[in-house]
Design a protein around this ligand. Structure first.
Ligand SMILES: CC(C)(COP(=O)(O)OP(=O)(O)OC[C@H]1O[C@@H](n2cnc3c(N)ncnc32)[C@H](O)[C@@H]1OP(=O)(O)O)[C@@H](O)C(=O)NCCC(=O)NCCS
Length: 183
């Protein structure tokens, strides 16, 4: 497959903007709470390490068949950034799959932002040649399970590194994703 390129995705309240290195400074503050790492491991980046991470991410995968797609979440009416969503798209024995993940900064949590962003991302992926969307979620991470469910993913019985695989088949893979876009 050809690699995909992230595009601006607009939802009711949010603009998902393709990640740029210049977002690192603001995002380092958005993602500065160590609690964000309770289920996903690691620790917050400094502005410098986040900038280096964003340089690697925007350079893209060394594998020409794999797309690293990253967006920052901007709350349109407030202007500032609140989190990120990502999709890693590549081949699998089942066809092209997109592994997705989301993070919302602590001050912005509990407002349905992750749900709205994940739905927007899955709708966008439904317009790409993607056969399946999947996510790996810690079994005790109720907020993330709720986000996945709202985006149309369902839990499987497949475990990977202590996380449960959730997935959604995308019909023809050429469009037709049906996700309720209200929040
Ligand atoms: C998971 C995360 C993105 C949710 O962000 P959010 O913007 O607060 O999520 P939403 O407001 O859309 O809420 C989603 C659901 O989680 C529920 N929820 C929110 N915070 C919760 C909490 N602390 N405990 C239990 N449920 C919670 C909400 O009620 C909602 O459920 P509902 O739709 O049934 O009402 C955020 O907690 C986060 O960034 N966590 C750290 C990073 C992470 O673990 N990412 C997951 C990687 S896949």
């Amino acid at each position: 497959m050809n690699t995909l390129t992230a595009e601006v995705i607009a939802t009711a309240r949010l603009d998902l903007l393709p990640l740029r290195v210049a977002h690192a400074g603001e995002m380092a503050a958005v993602l500065s709470d160590p609690a964000l790492h309770a289920f996903i491991g690691g620790a917050p980046d400094t502005p410098g390490t986040l900038r280096a991470r964003y340089e690697r991410l925007t350079a893209g995968s060394a594998d020409p068949g794999v797309s690293w797609l990253n967006w920052v979440i901007r709350i349109r009416d407030e202007g500032g950034l609140a989190g990120t969503v990502q999709a890693t798209v590549g081949p699998s024995p089942q066809g092209v799959v997109a592994e997705i993940a989301w993070v919302v900064g602590t001050p912005w949590q509990g407002r349905g932002i992750a749900t709205e962003a994940a739905r927007g991302l899955v709708e966008w992926l439904g317009r790409q040649p993607v056969r399946e969307v999947l996510a790996h979620i810690h079994p005790e991470h109720r907020a993330s399970a709720a986000v996945a469910s709202a985006a149309g993913l369902a839990p499987t019985e497949v475990w990977q590194d202590g996380e449960l695989r959730w997935e959604r088949r995308m019909g023809s893979g050429l469009g037709g994703a049906r996700v309720n876009s209200g929040s």
